[in-house]
Design a binder for this molecule. Sequence first.
Ligand code: SF4
Length: 353
Amino acid sequence: MDLQLLHQTLAARGEPRFRARQIWAWAAKGANGYEEMTNLPAPLRDALSRELPFSSLALQSEAHANDGTVKALFATIDGRPLEAVLMRYRDGRRSICVSSQSGCPLTCTFCATGSMKFGRNLTASEIVDQALHFRKIESSARRDIPSRPSTSIGARRAPITHCVFMGMGEPMLNLDAVLAACERLPDIGITHRRTTISTVGWIPGIERLSEQDMPLRLALSLHAADDALRSELMPVNERYPLAEVVEACRAFYARKRRRVFVEYVMLAGVNDRYEQALALARALAPTREGEPKMFKVNLIPYNPTDSSYRGSSRESIAAFRTALEAHGIPATVRLTRGRDIDAACGQLAARRG
Ligand code: SF4
């Protein structure tokens, strides 16, 4: 829902100011349209249905994976593609991965979005509408199948609990809209402590994030612990080299006291050797005795795209993790989700484009 347009529309009709809050409260609860908003006068509901699209996004396609993951491809009103993903976990967590831009101006070589043309920054409403889409899916499904017992993870519905900005785009390049969207997420049930902004290392954005009152989490996409390889994988490293980025993350920790997640996508024969694990451990090691552990590494099995990269084997990933932990760096291996539906960022849109 375009919230700016909502305010304008209500003001033009001379509606009291509380109407916008009422409408947002319904949307945040997972309403499917204005007709469900029973505390609004019927003529207003009719007028809004005619004048103001309920969502700023049109769903183009939706893919459902066997593991319960749902990936949605949307178009903005001006026809820009973007994607978002809902991941369902057996412990009840529901995590969404949202986009902050249509396409991406950065050109990481392993990323399907990076091979697309950059469209534009998304508005805060377009970001929030991705979350609302999945909120609706989960709440309408709960209404549809309230008591049917099921062992299928996809059939068990639950509120959305987590949000990560790891979809299309670099969130720090659109930080005003990202932060405005974050302010709304708690109304949908996603607290700031469970919201993660992921960056390739855009230092001005990391600095600004550390100045926010909202206790948002920071994730750093690192993917290589030496500048030459990192620049090859992520040209942004030429502008913000590894050591400076890690330093900015240490400053974030010092200010916010929130551990930084380091994302490391595992590419066979590229960044998965033992000595590369040691280099990563060195880069993230405490700089003085007694310093708290500021980083936690997430090793990400690679969802193959049309690029020339192949994912590391399960054994290589396990060995890499063991090497990190042996050198004092906590590490986990990310569960693979939605492999059967091209769940890597940008894959659906890239195939269409
Ligand atoms: S990994 Fe992120 S920053 Fe890099 S090209 Fe893909 S969307 Fe852009």
